[in-house]
Design a protein around this ligand. Structure first.
Ligand SMILES: Nc1ncnc2c1ncn2[C@@H]1O[C@H](COP(=O)(O)OP(=O)(O)OP(=O)(O)O)[C@@H](O)[C@H]1O
Ligand SMILES: [Mg+2]
Length: 758
């Protein structure tokens, strides 16, 4: 697999220049291994600098106004000295006093005004910075490949947008201005202290540096602990997100107790990491602020000794203490900001991690435009694995002439959807290539490739907007007439017109206000509005009832004219209608040919065909089984035709919606079932009492044979994965038939005997 990757011309991808420039190198620190988990101060500042760059001129101007106001504010304590030493000295000079007072008042007014200017402009810059960052993250997410979305849970991504971004926002909007104010104030105040008495000022400065160092020693530890807390918080958010989406499965499988227990464990982990992080955050604030208080007291004592020895005047002592008090207040303000800085740096780190994710599927720098295919679409010896450990496609080689309709069939998990992923270039092959008219799709832009392709999936995603906008998503510039034309082709126009708001009807979240068939038809209209050359249908009608599926399939076959249609399906009734069928098994292309060719060869396709045929489904969805079909069921295989005819009549049709329990583990076994349409999962309780899936059964499969001959409890639970049509044979009816027909009973007893001894 590694060697194959080396062959891949896409193997060494360079990040495109268009991606965001923010980056950081984790800084080394004494926490060794954990150092890689935190963003250092310089890296954090570098990120802020990158964010500020577009606003540097505006920011420099408002910073000057802040600077001016800080100089004035820091010099304010000197006003006492100026008033006492000059304004009030004898002989009294009222004019000079007035001039001094006017000067002081004007300076105060200028300080307030410049502060107001700073606040006004910084509030705008701060909001823009956060908006830019959020936009950058969103744009980056759009560029990431499908592999990223497969790897990273949605909840984890949301946490980066919500919690992490708001940590950075809090810091930038609330704390950053305070840090600038207090930092500048501190610098100017220290200058004044040095001017008054440099010896005590040196002592105060050294003590302040030491107290800051204590804070710096704690900060990385607090930072690492906070990062761990945020990671656990993201896990909790992912679990919650998943839980909300999976409520129906949780209820059906009775998983609430297990999941609540797991959530509780996560919560405990959160408590442990969070309490350590919170304590360290308190310390980052407490240590420096209390050190400053002690420094203030020590400086006061030292100044008193200086005054006692006549080395300092009482006036200077008062001014010195006033300035020092201001210093202490500002140091406290700075230290209050440390916890917020720590949290913001963790938030910024997690945001940067997202921005540093590189798309695995990239346009080459010289990628060209792919013209509409006119000849052939091909996979050439494609090998691919979602993970390096396993190949999900192994040497797949297939050619699809354009404008043909083809079918991909094969058991669940054999790689059919993966081939579609390759054609849409959601992933690149590890080796081999995908070509449109002989052109490797890695050499063209993804946009041009996808402009020729449209898809309809099993569960089509509709956006929570109007029907018109949902259809228009397939072609941005489509006029209302084009939207309606597409809806007509998808045979949903009349239904839409019958709705109270017609095309302006809101479809609800994921199209919840529409029926499954209506959703699929709108998805088809969206897919065809742009007139794509290639239409990919991945189980487009599988989750629908038979009548709706038949009618949509008819619409789809009308739409297949003039374009290549590749359908993935478990239902083979389309088989005779398509040009070619590709049969997959275990990631390999097992066979290919027309329906007739494949049936005549007698391989997997004909087995699957035999399994799915022999049933008749009425318009109301009820099913019957042909007597000949019962020959495929071992317990009934040796009976003669008349016996099978009699038994076929005993089958009762049952329709079960998705998520229903057909049989439950431990319940008395009283019926035999055949799945006519649909898919179901088989699960058994494990030692922990929780059900584990052990298999998937689908159209043509049967279960519960033993119930016909022996009263015994069910050994597994069977639940429908899609809406299902089943045929059931009750043991009471079956046994009554045996009682009335001793010759049938003899054959069945013989089979049961052989089974018991085998
Ligand atoms: N995103 C993914 N990450 C890892 N493995 C994946 C991913 N998607 C699919 N697989 C695996 O790849 C294999 C092929 O999956 P694929 O979806 O192509 O099967 P399929 O033939 O379409 O099955 P089905 O008929 O059930 O839809 C499976 O074993 C599946 O578990
Ligand atoms: Mg699939």
């Amino acid at each position: 697999m590694k060697e194959e990757k080396a062959d891949n011309p896409q193997g060494q991808k360079k990040p495109p220049d268009t991606l965001p420039a923010i980056s950081f190198q984790p800084e080394e620190d004494e926490e060794g291994q954990e150092a890689g988990q935190r963003m250092g101060f310089t890296a954090f500042c570098r990120c802020l600098w990158h964010l500020l760059l577009p606003y540097k001129t505006r920011f420099s101007l408002v910073f000057c106004s802040l600077l001016l106001s800080m100089v004035i504010m820091a010099a304010m304590p000197l006003s006492i000295k100026i008033i006492t030493d000059y304004g009030l000295k004898s002989p009294p000079n009222f004019r000079l006093l007035m001039i001094i007072l006017a000067g002081i008042l004007s300076a105060g007014a200028i300080a307030s005004l410049t502060f107001l200017i700073w606040d006004y402009f910084y509030s705008r810059i701060g909001a823009s910075l956060i908006n830019d960052l959020r936009f950058k993250m969103y744009r980056h997410l759009q560029q990431l490949s499908m592999s990223y979305y497969g790897r990273v849970p949605a909840g984890e991504i949301s946490v980066r947008f919500l919690s992490d971004l708001s940590l950075v926002e809090n810091f930038l909007i609330l704390n950053f201005p305070f840090i600038l104010n207090s930092g500048l104030f501190l610098i100017f105040s220290m200058v004044i202290l040095f001017a008054i008495e440099w010896k005590i000022a040196i002592f105060a400065a050294i003590s302040l540096v030491v107290s800051f160092q204590c804070g710096c020693w704690i900060e990385p530890r607090a930072s690492v602990a906070t990062k761990k807390t945020k990671d656990v918080q993201a896990e909790i958010a992912s679990a919650l997100h998943e839980n909300i989406q999976a409520q129906s499965v949780i209820k059906v499988f009775r998983l609430h107790r297990l999941l609540t227990e797991r959530f509780g464990h996560m919560g405990k982990r959160f408590c442990e990491t969070s309490s350590r992080a919170n304590f360290l955050l308190y310390m980052t604030e407490l240590v420096p602020s209390h050190s400053v208080m002690l420094i203030g007291l020590l400086t006061l004592c030292t100044s008193a000794v200086f005054v006692y020895h006549g080395m300092l005047s009482i006036g200077d002592l008062v001014v010195f203490q006033l300035v020092l008090n201001e210093v202490a207040t500002n140091v406290s303000e700075l230290t209050w900001s440390i916890p917020s800085y720590v949290q913001a740096s963790v938030g910024m780190q997690r945001i940067t991690e997202l921005l540093e994710e590189r798309p695995e599927v990239l346009d080459q720098p010289d990628a060209g435009h792919l013209p509409r295919p006119t000849h052939e679409i091909a996979l050439n010896r494609v090998k691919f694995g979602y993970t390096p450990e396993r190949l999900n496609l192994n040497d797949v080689d297939l050619k699809i002439p354009v404008n043909q309709s083809v079918l991909f069939v094969g058991p669940s998990g054999c790689g059919k959807s993966t081939v579609l992923n390759m054609l849409m270039r959601f992933y690149d092959p590890a080796s081999g290539s995908v070509t449109f008219d002989g052109q490797d799709i890695r050499t063209v832009t993804q946009d041009s490739l996808r402009s020729h392709i449209s898809t309809v999936l099993q569960e089509s995603f509709l956006f929570n907007t109007s029907i018109r906008e949902n259809i228009r998503l397939g072609k941005e510039a489509a006029s209302d007439a084009e939207v309606e034309e597409a809806a007509r082709k998808a045979e949903i126009h009349d239904i839409i017109m019958g709705m109270p708001n017609a095309y302006d009807t809101l479809v609800g979240e994921r199209g919840s206000s529409l029926s499954g068939g209506q959703r699929q038809r709108i998805a088809i209209a969206r897919a065809i509005i742009s007139g794509p050359a290639v239409l990919l249908l991945d189980e487009a009608t599988s989750s629908l009832d038979q009548a709706t599926a038949d009618s949509i399939n008819t619409s789809l076959s009308k739409l297949s004219k003039g374009r290549t249609v590749i359908s993935v399906t478990h239902r083979l009734e389309m088989g005779p209608m398509v040009d070619r069928i590709f049969v997959f098994k275990g990631g390999q292309l097992l066979d290919q040919g027309s329906h007739a060719e494949l049936l005549s060869r007698g391989g997997l396709y004909s087995e699957l065909w035999a399994k799915q045929t022999g049933f008749h489904i009425e318009e109301d969805g009820s099913a019957t089984v042909k007597a000949s079909r019962l020959r495929e069921i071992p317990i009934l295989a040796t009976l003669d035709d008349s016996a099978r005819e009699a038994i076929a009549k005993l089958f009762v049709s049952e329709q079960m919606p998705k998520g229903s329990s057909v049989v439950k583990f431990g319940d008395p076994g009283d019926k035999f079932y055949i799945i006519v349409r649909g898919r179901a999962t088989v699960s058994k309780p494990g030692r922990d009492g929780v059900e584990h899936q052990v298999g998937v059964i689908e159209s043509g499969d049967y279960f519960g044979e033993i119930a016909l001959i022996k009263k015994s409890p069910r050994t597994a639970t069977v639940r429908t994965d899609t809406d299902c049509v089943l045929l059931s044979l009750s043991s009471t009816h079956f046994l009554r038939l045996l009682a009335e027909n001793p010759q049938i009973k003899a054959v069945i007893d013989d089979v049961a005997q052989k089974r018991a001894t085998s």
